[in-house]
Write a protein that binds this ligand. Structure first.
Ligand code: NA7
Length: 534
């Protein structure tokens, strides 16, 4: 995009992922002088960065797209769960309509943003030396933009190739190599499946088994897309922004009925067995046990190495089913059946050291590797924000504000940081939802809010302290209702040592979130303070 050393804008969008693309489009539609910056070399966000082999989305194609402006009429995904490559193609297709990529300045990372308290604008500095003055700063950096890499002893000594799933280098191939994978989250599962097909040897270092269920990938015939508008309406009304929702009755109904329901969900594929299950699954331990037992027994049928049965699908659940993000798998358990695939249980023998040639575990075993893959996830929610020096009113720094936990209003505004909006970050339904559903909801709200400010000659918006405290408390209360507290998950910041343990996302689902956001508008922006343009 075009960029001059000093720019003055109405709005700056940070990040060119699913939310940033749409946000910049909406702001330009309003007639604002709006531009974007993006650290990557192109649009795509998550799909730009996570280029490990096997990367694909866990949402159905019909759902994983924008619902607006009839875009669906001109695009057909080829698979039910599209690959990273096809999602990027889709986003470029969207850009033919939105034409926003030309207004993004790529290869540019925001390093600092300082609010001018008298002029009510942000002064933004980038790593390339750009200075941008902007009335509004809209952070579309998502919740998984900062990779997390554990500090293993000896890491720098490794002479093979080391790569994090979210920073996969262009020219690294796995074929014929000895590959190690640390981590079995959604990324780990996908990269394990891709590796098992082509590598010489694969060693998987597992701390917690993933309670993964069948994706049921399929090629999509030229389906009748006329049902899409209905699906787009439907997705706003469900907890996770999908076309399915929790079954509004307890799992404690009769065993036969339950078995039939579980069979149906299992056969549906995708995340149905999680976000389409009985509505007490994530609340009640007994209900949760039923889901776990069904999952365990299904998966066990596919594990042929007896010594792996307890490791991959333990008799007793290690954490409540569904309180860590379940992955979708296509042939994960068959991969572990292969002779050239080894599972190392880190609970029995943790990693002692990374050596020049591979990984050594505490029991003294050395695993020789050419390539070591860190599928170790992200500094979720807060990581991307804390990397930027964001200075609000009175010199307050954003990372200090969040040092003892996230504080926000609606996950979109923060007191002390006027005219800054956040999309798809912490304190929003983000962590549990289909990204386009949540991104559209928040981007539309923010766009309407900015439009309201323009119409009413308002120069400054800020959440009140009280509104922020109340929202933060609400996030906590809703999180505490479920079994979430019993899992060391990234939903609670537990995956990064030293991080505050808290409920990071709105666990109340999309519809309740949308309702609250609408009520705020209807009440005349309750909890929000505005200042008129002088
Ligand atoms: P996740 O879900 O955070 O998975 C990270 C994995 O790495 C998980 O299995 C962790 O085990 C493991 N891990 C993390 N640190 C270590 C150490 N120190 N030693 C061994 N193993 C470790 O990240 P993903 O990238 O897979 O998924 C990201 C999400 O983004 C995905 O769910 C989508 O919603 C989008 P643990 O479970 O903590 O024992």
């Amino acid at each position: 995009g075009e960029a001059s050393a000093n720019m003055s804008l109405d709005a700056l969008v940070v990040g060119a992922g699913i939310s940033g693309i749409y946000q910049l489009h909406r702001l330009r539609q309003l007639g604002l002088d709006a531009k974007g910056v993006e650290a990557g070399r192109n649009i795509g966000g998550t799909w730009y960065w996570n280029r490990y082999p096997g990367a694909r989305v866990d949402s159905d194609a019909a759902l994983y797209q924008y619902s607006v402006e009839g875009l669906w009429k001109g695009w057909q995904f080829s698979e039910r769960f599209p690959s990273r490559e096809e999602i990027l193609q889709y986003l470029h297709y969207v850009d033919e309509t939105f034409k926003v990529s030309q207004h993004f300045c790529f290869n540019t990372r925001v390093v600092r943003a300082q609010f001018n308290n008298t002029g009510n604008f942000w002064e933004v500095a980038t790593d390339g030396g750009l200075t941008i003055k902007t009335r509004f700063l809209v952070m579309c950096i998502g919740f998984a933009s900062k990779p997390y890499q554990p500090h293993f002893k000896g890491l720098e000594a490794f002479e093979g190739v080391l790569c994090h799933t979210a920073r996969w280098p262009e020219n690294v191939e796995m074929a014929g190599k000895r590959v190690g994978v640390i981590g079995t989250g959604a990324s780990g599962v996908q990269v394990i499946e891709a590796a098992a097909k082509v590598v010489k040897d694969l060693v998987v270092f597992q701390r917690t088994p993933n309670l993964a269920f069948p994706m049921r990938q399929s090629m999509q015939a030229e389906v009748s897309r006329s049902i899409y508008p209905g699906i787009f309406e439907q997705r706003k009304k469900t907890f996770g922004g999908f076309d399915m929702d929790f079954i509004p009755k307890p799992a404690l109904e009769g065993a036969a009925a339950r078995q039939a329901v579980f069979d149906e969900l299992w056969n549906k594929g995708g995340l149905a067995f999680w976000l389409g299950a009985y509505d007490d699954t994530l609340l009640d331990d007994t209900a949760n046990d039923y889901a776990y037992a069904y999952w365990r027994d299904k998966v066990r049928q596919r594990i042929h190495k007896v010594e792996l049965v307890e490791k991959l699908a333990p008799t007793i659940k290690m954490h409540p089913f569904g309180t860590k993000r379940p992955a979708l798998e296509q042939h994960l358990y068959e991969a572990f059946n292969q002779d050239n695939v080894t599972l190392v249980d880190l609970n029995e023998s943790p990693i002692d050291e990374i050596t020049s040639t591979g990984v050594r575990t505490k029991d003294g075993t050395e695993y020789a590797l050419d390539l070591l893959v860190m599928a170790t996830g992200f500094d979720m929610g807060t990581g991307g924000y804390k990397d930027i020096e964001i200075v609000g009113t009175n010199g307050a720094v954003f990372r200090d504000k969040w040092a003892n936990g996230v504080k926000s209003y609606l996950g979109m505004l923060a007191s002390g940081f006027p005219n800054m909006f956040m999309v798809y970050g912490p304190h929003a339904p983000s962590g549990f939802t289909n990204a386009p559903t949540c991104a559209e909801l928040q981007v539309d709200w923010i766009t309407n809010c900015i439009e309201y400010m323009m119409k009413n000659s308002l120069a400054r918006i800020e959440a009140s302290n009280k509104a922020e405290l109340d929202w933060t408390q609400r996030i906590d209360e809703i999180g505490a209702r479920g079994l979430w507290n019993r899992a060391n998950s990234w939903y609670r910041g537990a995956n990064v040592p030293g991080k505050v343990m808290e409920h990071m996302f709105w666990a109340g689902g999309c519809p309740s979130y949308q309702k609250i956001c609408e009520e705020v508008v209807e009440s005349g922006y309750d909890g929000i303070m505005f200042i008129k343009t002088p």
